[in-house]
Design a protein around this ligand. Structure first.
Ligand code: SF4
Length: 357
């Protein structure tokens, strides 16, 4: 049986030949760049993240720029990536670092985990990759590799299983090349030991992979216990201001509360029923146009949205609530919007443009 260190040697030799070495956050591999990439990569694939990462670095090249940006600017750079708490936490972390740490990220894992949204695996990924110190990481890909390699029973999200996996991850660390090893084990999970149909014949640690040797890779890791998907039905209002010649039309949006679904983003006014929406806005919605319904999936919830369009609204007649504002299409393009709302507004704008021509 090979030792933990031998695992690292084989993995690094494989990575030298096959690993990913041209990711944008690897050049240069600074703590700030690794941090942004690690947060973006939570729940999101590399190919989706790359354009977001590049745009982010263009506009927020360092912690100070990020800390001094408005939350709206930050959220607009995140729109489409989902799980918006990640963007809000990045912004808050940057402000804490600006105000309390001279504009730098803490240089230890202990310091990093005290910041909002940074867990131990992310902290160790930042430390190992920016300073080349070996430090164990345990993201979803790594959990899968280790659970198969050592045939660990149980769901990898449970705390008992995680404890076991952390021990395995630490046992396998090399003495040096911390940055490459972190990238190597993440690459193995993403490129070879994939969720479905892993390429075990190309795997550098197949010789002592217990699940492979026993022919039971499909049973590891154990699936997450099922959670019930709840459903929520509601109406969203697209209120278009009464147009004037030569003046761009405006639409009513409202800022969502900072916590919860789409926290801090701009969205459309919403209510469970058409009547409640009419009541809240003071508009007569009896003749509002119902647009095509939208089904939007979140991790544990399905949203069934009925958009209602009213044109020629007189702004003064709307009971504007707190956090509501009227925006032109140009202004909307710079806002952080939930994905289904952005798609709905884009479709409406296309129809208006087509109607104008
Ligand atoms: Fe994963 Fe197969 Fe390698 Fe085992 S042998 S670690 S199951 S790719």
């Amino acid at each position: 049986m090979s030792s933990g260190r031998d695992f690292a040697t084989r993995l690094l030799a494989w990575w030298d030949q096959n690993g990913r070495k041209d990711l944008p956050w690897q050049h240069p591999r600074t703590a700030y760049r690794v941090w942004i990439s690690e947060i973006m990569l939570q729940q999101t694939q590399v190919r989706t993240v790359i354009p977001y990462f590049n745009r982010w670095l263009d506009d927020f090249p360092d912690i100070s720029t990020l800390a001094n940006a408005s939350l709206d600017q930050v959220l607009s750079h995140w729109a489409g990536l989902g799980y918006y708490a990640r963007a809000r936490n990045l912004h808050r972390c940057a402000q804490v670092c600006r105000d309390e740490n001279g504009g730098q990220l803490p240089s230890t894992a202990d310091g990093l985990v005290n910041l909002p949204g940074i867990g131990l695996s992310t902290a160790n990924a930042i430390i190992s990759q920016s300073s080349d110190q070996p430090a164990a990481v345990l993201d979803g890909n790594v959990r899968r590799v280790l659970a198969r390699h050592a045939m660990i029973e149980g769901w990898t999200g449970s705390s008992a299983v995680q404890k076991n996996l952390w021990r395995l991850a630490e046992d396998r660390l090399p003495d040096r090349r911390g940055a490459d090893y972190t990238q190597a084990i993440m690459d193995l999970g993403a490129m070879v030991c994939t969720r479905s149909r892993p390429e075990c014949t190309a795997c550098p640690v197949a010789d002592d992979c217990k699940a492979f040797q026993a022919g039971v890779i499909n049973q590891y890791p154990a699936p997450k216990p099922k959670t019930r998907i709840s459903e929520r039905r509601f109406h969203m209002l697209l209120a278009l201001e009464s147009g004037e010649p030569q003046k761009p039309h405006r639409i009513l949006l409202e800022k969502r509360p900072p916590a919860g679904i789409w926290g801090g983003l701009w969205s459309l006014p919403e209510a469970a029923t058409r009547g409640q929406l009419a009541e809240a806005t003071g508009l007569n919605l009896e003749n509002a146009d119902p647009l095509d319904p939208i089904v939007h999936h979140l991790s544990h919830r399905r949203l069934l949205i009925q958009p209602l369009l009213v044109r020629d609204v007189i702004v003064q007649q709307v009971k504007s609530g707190a956090g509501q504002r009227w925006f032109t299409a140009d202004e909307v393009s710079g806002l952080g919007l939930p994905q289904p709302v952005a798609a709905l507004l884009q479709k409406l704008e296309n129809e208006i443009q087509a109607g104008d021509n």
